[in-house]
Design a protein around this ligand. Structure first.
Ligand code: 13P
Length: 263
């Protein structure tokens, strides 16, 4: 499948920023700015903190905004004594359709393992939501020349949570840890190389369905580098952190992606 037949996705990961009142303000501002854009060819999503989901869902629903609602994490369990956790079913009831799984900040600060990533991916798919599986090497791994090894390990482990035939329902995000929040994005060549390697790994394990899976780049994406990044053959969109916290920069990124896809 050619790149042009994969719908690009621009997703904003708000991380632990904005309370629900601030979140309402941001989603309204985004909606106003996106209204002036022809973004029919681009999927747009936001991943607010869990406490904001209900409020953001309300605005998206009331104004029929073409923005998908995502969560940043969920439990691999369906219910029970897991204090502080949130289940896939709870998210689905809030019209959430996407869930980030295995973001490097979860792996680093909350000891999320490859096995946890597979179990959570399986839970998300079972609940008929889309897992956005995050992979990427650290600075030390990159310096040691281990980027490819790390990507292959993380991707193959995550696929353990994807039943045969369910591959089309996943999104993968390549987020090199050293590029997150640093202002130093991967070069377009490095982003392409890594996303291409990820697609090859999926193809080796699951066949040509790899060509229909969207692979995003994340890590200091901004309005200036967005167009060039998504013009790469295997980069099908962006997972945006800091620049998604302002309506202006997020809309500018969407606009750059639209331009690249000819809308
Ligand atoms: P930044 O865009 O702030 O580097 O964050 C990227 C990220 O981690 C998105 O999930």
């Amino acid at each position: 499948m050619a790149k042009s037949t994969r719908r690009p996705l621009v997703a904003g990961n708000w991380k632990m920023n904005l309370d629900h009142v601030e979140a309402i303000r941001l989603i309204q501002d985004m909606a106003l700015r996106l209204r002036n854009l022809d973004h029919r060819a681009v999927d747009i999503a936001v991943h607010p903190p869990a406490t904001d989901l209900r409020s953001v869902e309300g605005i998206i629903g009331a104004d029929q905004l073409p923005i998908a609602l995502g969560a940043q994490h969920c439990s691999a369990y369906s219910s029970g004594a897991y204090t502080g956790e949130i289940s896939v079913a709870m998210l689905a009831r809030l019209s959430v359709t996407l869930v980030l799984v295995g973001h490097s900040e979860r792996r680093l600060h909350y000891a999320m393992t490859d096995t946890d990533v597979a179990a959570t991916t399986a839970a998300v798919l079972k609940g008929l939501l889309t897992p956005v599986i995050c992979v990427g090497e650290s600075a030390a791994e990159r310096e040691a020349g281990e980027t490819e090894t790390v990507l292959v390990r993380q991707v193959s482990a995550a696929l353990e949570g994807v039943a045969k035939g369910a591959e089309q329902s996943i999104v993968v995000a390549y987020e090199p840890v050293w590029a997150i929040g640093t202002g130093i994005a991967a070069t377009t060549e490095d982003a392409q190389l890594a996303c291409g390697r990820i697609r090859d790994e999926i193809r080796e394990r699951r066949g040509d369905v790899a060509d229909s899976i969207r692979i995003l780049y994340g890590g200091s994406a901004n309005p200036e580098n967005a167009g060039e990044l998504v013009s790469q053959a295997d980069v099908d969109g962006l997972l945006v952190g800091g620049a998604s916290l302002q309506g202006e920069s997020f809309a500018a990124i969407v606009s750059a992606v639209c331009a690249c896809y000819g809308t």
